[in-house]
Design a protein around this ligand. Structure first.
Ligand code: 15L
Length: 260
């Protein structure tokens, strides 16, 4: 398959591009606003500029965004405007399928529980989460109105390895991130789906079944790191943010980022 990846020079993008290319033999078109080796430099908010770059692609993996809290205006720009532009460019270039990097923060104020389904109401913990929830809705619109196939991946904590108590539930390993994206762009019949992007963590809060239905079978489990983390990190059970899946993002004083 020929697969375009936005945000290709970013933390997740670099891992996903390499995994799709070297691990699964896809032809990958890396796109990013930042200049990087092997990546086409483009502002993904510019649908006209995107269209020729998407010509002949079978799928888009849309990762480009600011991965944290911002002002409301920046959240609109970095999640809604980018996703709208990507979906419009896909429509004009006849690209049939998208895997959209949403976030657990679209439902961050959901209370922690042993199995949180993908059907909980949007419950963002930040403008970042609002942007992700709204961009999921845009993907749903393009699936229903234009027949695009869309998978929204509510990514947990993408890291080389888990380092906090919360990560024991929310970790997404690099290997599982590639497995997740590969399943969502090649997996069986689906028009629109929301899946949680986490590894097979023993202490997970999110339901993995919707991902499994698309062929995502995670192989890693943060539990392998639990002994070390629990021995060194104090329990956070009494803190307000520990009651919700979004953790620190639920704090009213969550730090704001602005840089692209
Ligand atoms: C996210 O969506 C953020 O992009 C990332 O910075 C992490 O904070 C992650 O969620 C998380 O919840 O751990």
């Amino acid at each position: 398959m020929r697969i375009a990846v936005t945000g290709a020079a970013g933390r997740i993008g670099r891992v996903v591009c390499a995994g799709l290319q070297e691990g699964h033999g896809h032809d990958v078109v890396g796109l990013d606003v930042a200049r990087a080796a092997g990546v086409e430099s483009v502002d993904v908010r510019d649908a006209q500029a995107l269209m020729p770059l998407l010509a002949g692609c079978d799928a888009v993996v849309h990762l480009a965004s600011i991965a944290g809290e911002t002002s409301f205006e920046t959240a609109l720009d970095t999640h809604l405007r980018t996703t709208h532009s990507v979906l419009e460019a896909m429509r004009h270039a006849s690209v049939p399928r998208i895997a959209y990097a949403s976030s657990n923060h679209a439902v961050g104020f959901t209370p922690r529980a042993t199995s949180v389904s993908v059907d909980v109401r949007p419950r963002p913990d930040t403008f970042y989460g609002v942007g992700k929830a709204a961009a999921e809705a845009l993907c749903s619109l393009y699936a229903d109105r234009h027949g695009l196939r869309a998978a929204c991946l509510r990514i947990g904590s993408f890291r080389e390895r888990p380092t906090t108590r919360r990560d024991l539930s929310t970790w997404l390993s690099p290997g599982d991130a590639v497995r997740l994206v590969q399943a969502c762009v090649t997996g069986p019949g689906m028009d629109y789906a929301v899946v949680y992007g986490i590894s097979a963590n023993t202490r997970r809060w999110w339901d993995l079944e919707p991902g499994r239905a698309l062929g995502y079978h995670p192989e890693d489990d943060a539990e392998a790191f639990a002994g070390q983390i629990l021995a060194t990190e104090e329990s956070d059970d009494d803190r307000f943010e520990a009651r919700h899946v979004g953790g620190e993002f639920c704090r009213p004083d969550v730090p704001v980022e602005e840089a692209i």
